[in-house]
Write a new protein. Structure first.
Length: 283
C-alpha cells in the first residue's frame, strides 16, 4: 500500500450466473464466479490480479468497472459507493475508471477512424473535446507513441501493438485516475509486450495512475506490479507485496502457479538487463 486512501475499493464482491439447461421445471444451477472478493487500488500503484483461466479474475475486473452488476458487495470510487449508480453519476465514474481490453481489434470499432475512437468516450458523455477532435487525438497519439498523422486511419491498418496503444489512448481521453488492464498484453508478441509495459509505466509516473492489472503471465506481473492478489475458484486466496508473494508464497495454489513459471538462467537475465540499460529502457 502507498499509505494514501485507496481510489478504488471493492468489498465482498459476488457474482452469480444461472446455468441454462436441465429439465423444464427443475431448479436451475447457479455458478458463483466471484465469491467475496476484496480489492483496493491506490494512486500511482499497480495491483495485479492473477490466476489461471476460469479463476474469476476477468469477471472481477468487469464488476469493478461496472460493466457487470454485482450480485452482492460494493464498489467505491474515491470514497463514494458507485455499486448501483446510473445516469450522470455512472458517467462520472466512467471518467475516473477506464478499461483496456485483451484483444485490441475486438475492442475497437473497425468502421471508425482513430480520431472517432479516441474522442468517442467524451462524445458519449456529452463533454467538449478540448482543442477540437483532430488536435486532441493527435496529442494523445503522440503520448502513446503513435504517429499523429495516422489519426484518420482505421484499426485494421495498425499492428497489434499499435492497436493496443490506440486502446490506451482511448482510455486516457477522459482523464481517468484508475485504469483496469484486462490481460492487456497477453495477446501481444513478447517484444511488443515489453514496449507496452514500458508505456504503461511511463504513463503511471506522469499521471499518478492506479492500475488494476489482470494477468495470468507471472513474468509480466513481476515486472509491473507493486502488490499481487491471487485468485482461485472465485476467491482471493493470497495477497500482499509483490516480493513477498513471489519470494515466500503462503498458499499452496500460489506455490503451484509459481512452480509453473519457466525458469530463466541468471546469466541470461543479467544480459537482458544490461541490454535494457544500454537502450535506456526500464529493466
Amino acid at each position: 500500500m502507498t499509505g494514501t486512501a485507496p481510489l478504488l475499493t471493492a468489498r465482498g464482491l459476488v457474482r452469480e450466473f444461472t446455468l441454462r439447461g436441465g429439465a423444464p421445471f427443475a431448479r436451475r444451477a447457479v455458478l458463483r464466479a466471484v465469491d467475496g472478493v476484496d480489492l483496493e487500488v491506490c494512486a500511482g500503484e499497480t495491483l495485479a490480479l492473477v490466476g489461471e483461466s476460469g479463476s474469476g479474475k476477468s469477471t472481477t475486473a468487469r464488476l469493478v468497472a461496472r460493466l457487470l452488476d454485482a450480485t452482492a458487495g460494493t464498489v467505491e470510487f474515491e470514497g463514494e459507493d458507485v455499486t448501483r449508480r446510473t445516469g450522470a453519476a455512472l458517467h462520472r465514474f466512467r471518467s475516473g475508471v477506464q478499461v483496456v481490453f485483451q484483444d485490441p481489434y475486438s475492442s475497437l470499432n473497425p468502421r471508425h477512424t482513430v480520431e472517432r475512437i479516441v474522442t468517442a468516450p467524451l462524445t458519449y458523455q456529452g463533454r467538449e473535446v478540448p482543442g477540437g477532435a483532430r488536435a486532441f487525438t493527435r496529442a494523445l497519439m503522440e503520448r502513446v507513441g503513435l504517429d499523429p498523422d495516422h489519426s484518420t486511419r482505421y484499426p485494421a491498418q495498425f499492428s497489434g501493438g499499435q492497436a493496443q496503444r490506440i486502446g490506451i489512448a482511448r482510455a486516457l481521453a477522459v482523464g481517468p485516475k484508475v485504469v483496469i488492464c484486462d490481460e492487456a498484453v497477453s495477446a501481444l508478441d513478447v517484444s511488443v509486450q515489453a514496449q507496452v509495459i514500458n508505456l504503461l509505466r511511463r504513463l503511471q509516473r506522469e499521471e499518478g495512475l492506479g492500475y488494476l492489472f489482470i494477468a495470468h503471465d507471472l513474468a509480466v506481473v513481476r515486472q509491473l506490479a507493486d502488490r499481487v492478489a491471487v485468485m482461485h475458484e472465485g476467491r482471493v486466496v493470497e495477497s500482499g507485496d509483490r516480493d513477498a508473494v513471489f519470494g515466500a508464497p503462503r498458499h499452496e495454489y500460489t506455490r503451484t502457479l509459481l512452480a509453473a513459471v519457466p525458469r530463466i538462467r541468471p546469466e541470461w537475465e543479467a544480459a537482458r538487463r544490461a541490454r535494457a540499460r544500454d537502450r535506456g529502457d526500464d529493466a
